[in-house]
Design a protein around this ligand. Structure first.
Ligand SMILES: *Cc1c(COP(=O)(O)O)cnc(C)c1O
Length: 368
């Protein structure tokens, strides 16, 4: 049983799609499958073709999205980027953009570990500085913090309309609401293996019209494989769905077929409502029944719905006890509080109430 915050266990139907033979990547059988994936991603992101946005699916893990941003969206080099830091993954994103792509990074850190970004401080920084991009994590998987990306984006657009709004949604796509067009986002990066419910190996993102224009005119790209100038014609031809398809780098046939099924299953359910309900129930059990403190501050309803991070006296003991029951949960990864908490994934097929009740039992037993 996999109760870590990604990768998650996949449904039988998804696994079945993964076990199919190869198809021609430019042929009449595969093209409609990829076409369907891109169409469904527009539904998932609430971003129809009319907005000029574009969904992207590229072999690689979620981290590849950091490079897509670094290589394509900031053509001047040494661009000014404001990084909203809520934990481990935002800091990795910052390292990619600063240390590897040499942009000029200003960091606004949450005041206390487990808090979301202070909007008054953000407004002040946006007012004083001029940034080419604001980069944030929707759900910080090291803490369970859920940033209000809608409000943050509103603030960026009102204070600094030219600034690109960039979101890491690896741990939120498929379990939190993301309204790409309504919230005026420019680049949202995610991956296949968390709440989307597909196997590992695909970087999934959505890019706005204005960000796409920047990427396609960017003469300063430094990496070939992540260049959107190379990817866009190919993915666009799959989206149109007509043959012949423009070739650039063979897409992973089986992974895309599995993603197709995972998206069909996800979109047929109230995936946001289901994750909210499960998360609110589980976190109330942890806090009200067991008297524990979550790492993410504030009412449980305002924290991430794809995982629970909770301070416990003996994280290692709980992980080991659950391992004996064949249930894998995760330890802490936030450098400041690493050995003090556990993380329980609430996404994927294994995150059912009976399994979560066994986790609650193990936590309860460790307290006595
Ligand atoms: C898992 C995760 C990543 C990294 O994704 P990989 O697929 O492991 O490369 C990045 N950001 C967040 C918020 C994540 O949860």
């Amino acid at each position: 049983m996999l109760l870590i915050p990604g990768p998650v266990s996949c449904s039988t139907e998804v696994i079945k799609a993964l076990g199919t033979d190869s198809l021609s990547h430019t042929g009449g059988e595969f093209t409609p499958i990829f076409h369907n994936v891109l169409k469904q991603l527009r539904v998932l992101f609430h971003s129809p073709t009319s907005s000029g946005s574009m969904p992207l699916v590229i072999s690689g893990s979620g981290t590849l999205g950091f490079d897509l941003v670094g290589n394509n969206l900031f053509p001047r080099g040494k661009n000014k980027i404001l990084l909203l830091s809520t934990g481990y993954f935002s800091d990795e994103f910052g390292e990619c953009l600063g240390d590897y792509y040499k942009h000029d990074i200003t960091v606004l850190k949450s005041d206390v570990v487990g808090e979301s970004i202070n909007l008054v401080k953000l407004q002040d920084l946006l007012h004083k500085g001029s940034y080419d991009g604001v980069v944030m994590t929707h759900v910080d998987t090291s803490t369970g913090v859920l940033n209000d990306i809608k409000r943050i984006s509103e603030l960026v657009h009102s204070e600094s309309p030219g600034t690109l709004v960039i979101v890491d949604a690896v741990c939120s796509l498929g379990c939190e609401e993301i309204r790409f067009d309504d919230w005026q986002l420019d680049f949202v990066l995610s991956a296949s293996q968390k709440a989307v419910g597909a196997p590992t190996g695909l970087s999934i993102s959505m890019i706005s019209k204005r960000a796409l224009d920047i990427a396609l005119e960017n003469d300063n790209t430094v990496s070939y494989y992540t260049s959107l100038k190379k990817w866009v014609p190919s993915i666009k031809s799959y989206e149109i769905g007509e043959l012949p398809v423009t070739y650039f780098a063979t897409p992973p046939i089986q992974l895309i077929s599995a993603l197709n099924i995972a998206l069909q299953q996800l979109l047929s359910r109230d995936y946001v409502g289901e994750h909210r309900k499960r998360s609110n129930w589980f976190k109330k059990e942890l806090t009200e029944s067991l008297g524990l403190e979550l790492v993410s501050r504030g009412p449980v309803e305002t924290t991430a719905h794809g995982l629970a991070s909770v301070y416990v006296a003996n994280p290692g003991g709980i992980v080991t006890a659950l391992n004996r029951l064949d249930i894998a949960i995760a330890g802490g990864i936030h450098p400041e509080i690493k050995g003090q908490y556990i993380r329980v994934g609430l996404m994927g097929c294994d995150a059912s109430e009976p399994t979560l009740l066994r986790v609650l039992d193990a936590v309860r037993q460790s307290q006595t």
